[in-house]
Design a protein around this ligand. Structure first.
Ligand code: 6AU
Length: 263
């Protein structure tokens, strides 16, 4: 599509979402389309990875509910500091999936208060458009930019998010393009004039998958399919891997594939 062939820099000037404009500018400035998925169980590991890999990424993705020693003060406060120091955005991969009223409180309050600190979060479109209204209402008192990704396709084997479900998810995203700036997906979505940011998980250069249904594609494959940001977890930090060396490798592969696409 026309958008796929434009540079991140051009798109940073015209994108309808303030959060996406900020993200595209970070990608341009740091020359990276890598999002690292920090799926670890302790705050020490999480903060260490955020500090050492920060220079190579545009986004850090978290699952804060898997951190065993989580407290807001000891995890979120330093993570936000690191995001400023290394100029990356934080994406809490919460995958909301309930009615608007419920997701609003899950997003804005409780133990995690996700809306306070996560620049990006994601949601399933399954409940219908009310989920976007609920989450957007959760950003009411936040002064910084916030953005939402809908899960339009999944990387896992046998995913039900295909065909008509995927198309209807794109329709729901069109409801509020100021807030819903893109998709978790495996392919380019939206029409030629729409600039949804496509973030793609299930990326790995050394593995084909795991024993629980995850499936990996190469960086070249997903970026040439129209993905804007690659999401990599275990490919970077699994046991025996050197996370800094792997981050550089995925960043370089991602940037090279993007450069080839926009040439
Ligand atoms: O690279 P991995 O397999 O270690 O980790 C992939 C990460 C995990 C998943 O929860 C997440 O990406 N994910 C998602 C997201 C980001 O929403 C959707 C999906 O379809 N597949 C997937 O793996 O943290």
């Amino acid at each position: 599509s026309a958008i796929t062939l434009k540079t991140y820099e051009d798109r940073a000037r015209t994108h309808p979402s303030p959060l996406a404009r900020r993200l595209l500018k970070i990608m341009t400035d740091k020359q990276t389309n890598l999002c690292v998925s920090l799926d670890v169980q302790t705050k020490t590991e999480l903060l260490h990875l955020a500090d050492t890999l920060g220079p190579y990424v545009c986004v850090f993705k978290t699952h804060v509910d898997t951190v065993e020693d989580f407290t807001y003060e000891s995890v979120i406060v330093p993570l936000v500091e690191l995001s400023k120091r290394h100029n990356f955005l934080i994406f809490e991969d919460r995958k909301f999936a309930d009615i608007g009223s419920t997701v609003k409180s899950q997003y804005a309050s409780g133990i995690f208060k996700i809306a306070q600190w996560a620049h990006i979060t994601n949601a399933h479109a399954l409940p219908g458009p009310g989920i976007i209204d609920g989450l957007f209402a959760g950003t009411k008192d936040i002064s910084e930019e916030r953005g939402l990704l809908l899960l339009a396709e999944m990387s896992s084997a046998g995913s039900l998010a295909t065909g008509d479900y995927t198309d209807k998810t794109v329709d729901i995203a069109r409801k509020n393009m100021f807030f819903t700036f893109g998709f978790i997906a495996q392919s380019r979505l939206g029409n030629d004039n729409e600039d949804f940011i496509i973030m793609t998980p299930g990326v790995g250069l050394d593995d084909k998958g795991d024993s629980l249904g995850q499936q990996y594609r190469t960086v070249d494959d997903v970026v040439s399919s129209g993905s804007d940001i690659i999401i990599v977890g275990r490919g970077i930090f699994a046991k025996g891997r050197d996370p800094i060396a792997e981050s550089k490798r995925y960043r370089d592969a991602g940037w090279k594939a993007y450069t080839a696409r926009v040439k």
